[in-house]
Ligand binder design. Structure first.
Ligand SMILES: Nc1nc2c(ncn2[C@@H]2O[C@H](COP(=O)(O)OP(=O)(O)OP(=O)(O)O)[C@@H](O)[C@H]2O)c(=O)[nH]1
Ligand SMILES: [Mg+2]
Length: 391
C-alpha cells in the first residue's frame, strides 16, 4: 500500500506532481522508484509508476518522430461525433470485421493473427447522431506492460467514452474476456463500477481543496483525508468520494487514475459450430453485469442492435437547441450525459454562455406546459428542446 511509503518518497512524489516537463518528470519518477522499498505492499504503486513512465517515454518518442517528420504514430485519436467507442479484443475475434460491417471504414480482415496494428477509426450513424468507432490493435497477455501495441490500445480505451469487448464464439469466450478485462484492470481501466470511487480533479493553484463525500469514509475522518492530500501537495482540487472508501483508496487515487468505462460485450461468429454452447458459457459467466450482443459479421445477425445498446449503455441524451425568436430548432443535437442540467448544456455550447446565463425555455413532452421557463439547475432528458437566454 502507498500508505507505507517513507517520507522522502512522499516528498519525491510531490516533486513529480509539481513537474510539467516530461523529461524532468521521468527523471523524478525514476528517483521516486529508487526511494520506494520493494515489497508486496508497494508493488502496485511501483507498477503504476513504471507504466506512467513507459507512456511518457512513448510520448517523448512521438514528439521526436514528429520533429523529424517520421510516421504519424499516435497513442489515441481525437474524438469525433457524439461518443468515441474503442473495439477491444484478442486477435482474430473479428474487430476489423465488425468495424467494416457497421461503419464506412476500409480495414484489412484476415485469418492471420495481429493484422491490425494501427488505430482504425470509422463512423456509425445512429438515429441523428454519430458514434466514432475505433479498432485498436489486439490485446494479449502482457499488453499492460507494454507488449506489442498494448500501450496504444489501452491509452485508446482510457480515452474513449465507452468500450466494446469483442469475443469470438468459435473459441472459449470466457478465457478471452478474462484476458482482456485483466489487462485493462492492470492499466486501471475498469468496466464495472467499483465499490468505492475516489476521483481527484486537480485545479489551478490557489483554488483550494474541496472534499465531496457522496458515500462514506470507512476508516478515517474528513480531516485525515485533507491532511493526506496536503502531504502529497494536492492542496488544490476537488476530491469526490463515492461508495465506501478507506484512506488507502484515497491514497491510491493520488497515484492511480482509475477510470471507469461503460462496456458492451459483442460475441461474434454466431454462425460457427459450437457458438450456441459457447454463448451460454459466456452468459453464465457475465451474469447480466454487462449487456451481451450475439452477432455474426458473416450473416449480419444481431448487428442492428449495436446502436441501441451503445446508446443505452453510454447513458447519453440528445438535446436540441433553438435561438430565441426562431421557430425551428437545430437538427443536430448536442449530446450530453444523462442527468445533465441546463447549465451543462450552456457550458458545452460556449463557456461564455454559462457565465452570462439568465434563464432557459424548455419544450418537453413530460412538462404540463411547454415551453416552461427554467433555471440553470433544470435536469434535461433525451429529446428536450432548449432555448437559452443570456444577460
Ligand atoms: N465464421 C465467421 N468468421 C468471421 C466472422 N467475423 C470475422 N470472421 C473471420 O475471423 C478472422 C479474423 O477477423 P478480423 O476481423 O480480421 O479479426 P480482428 O479481431 O480484427 O483481428 P486482428 O486485427 O488480427 O486483431 C477472419 O478470417 C474473418 O473472416 C463471423 O462472423 N463468422
Ligand atoms: Mg483487425
Amino acid at each position: 500500500m502507498p500508505a507505507n511509503l517513507p517520507p522522502d518518497a512522499r516528498k519525491k512524489w510531490a516533486e513529480v506532481e509539481a513537474t510539467r516537463n516530461p523529461r524532468e518528470r521521468l527523471q523524478r519518477m525514476q528517483e521516486f522508484l529508487s526511494l520506494v522499498p520493494k515489497h508486496k505492499g508497494t508493488a502496485k504503486t511501483c507498477a503504476y509508476v513504471r507504466k506512467q513512465m513507459a507512456t511518457l517515454r512513448e510520448e517523448l518518442e512521438e514528439k521526436k518522430r514528429k520533429k523529424t517528420g517520421k510516421s504519424a504514430f499516435k497513442l489515441f485519436l481525437e474524438k469525433e461525433g457524439a461518443a468515441q467507442i474503442a473495439l477491444i479484443g484478442v486477435t482474430k475475434a473479428g474487430k476489423s470485421s465488425l468495424l467494416a460491417a457497421v461503419t464506412n471504414a476500409k480495414v484489412e480482415i484476415s485469418p492471420n493473427p495481429y493484422t491490425t496494428r494501427e488505430l482504425v477509426p470509422g463512423t456509425l450513424a445512429y438515429k441523428d447522431i454519430q458514434f466514432q468507432i475505433i479498432e485498436a490493435p489486439a490485446l494479449r497477455e502482457g499488453s499492460a506492460e507494454g507488449r506489442s501495441w498494448g500501450l496504444k490500445t489501452l491509452a485508446t480505451a482510457r480515452n474513449a467514452d465507452g468500450v466494446v469487448l469483442v469475443v469470438d464464439l468459435s473459441q472459449n469466450p470466457v478465457d478471452q474476456l478474462s484476458l482482456i478485462v485483466n489487462e485493462m484492470e492492470k492499466a486501471r481501466i475498469l468496466i464495472s463500477k467499483p465499490k468505492a470511487r475516489v476521483e481527484i480533479e486537480r485545479r489551478h493553484m490557489g483554488a483550494g481543496l474541496r472534499i465531496i463525500v457522496v458515500g462514506k469514509l470507512v476508516d478515517c475522518t474528513f480531516k485525515e483525508v485533507e491532511e493526506l492530500l496536503k502531504r502529497y501537495r494536492v492542496p488544490d482540487g476537488v476530491v469526490k468520494v463515492s461508495g465506501e472508501a478507506t484512506l488507502n483508496d484515497v491514497e491510491d487515487a493520488i497515484f492511480e487514475s482509475t477510470v471507469y468505462k461503460p462496456a458492451v460485450i459483442v460475441a461474434n461468429k454466431t454462425d460457427v459450430k459450437g457458438a450456441d454452447a459457447n454463448l451460454k458459457l459466456l452468459e453464465a459467466y457475465v451474469d447480466n453485469i454487462l449487456p451481451i450482443i450475439a452477432i455474426s459479421c458473416k450473416t449480419r445477425e444481431g448487428l442492428a442492435r449495436l446502436g441501441d445498446v451503445l446508446f443505452e449503455t453510454l447513458d447519453i441524451i440528445r438535446i436540441y437547441t433553438k435561438e430565441p425568436n426562431e421557430k425551428v430548432f437545430s437538427k443536430k443535437p448536442f449530446t450530453l450525459k444523462k442527468g445533465a442540467t441546463v447549465y451543462d448544456l450552456a457550458k458545452s455550447i460556449h463557456s461564455d454562455f454559462s457565465k452570462k446565463f439568465s434563464f432557459a425555455k424548455v419544450w418537453a413532452r413530460r412538462l404540463v406546459f411547454s415551453p416552461q421557463k427554467v433555471g440553470s439547475t433544470f435536469s434535461l432528458e433525451d429529446g428536450d428542446v432548449v432555448e437559452i437566454h443570456v444577460r
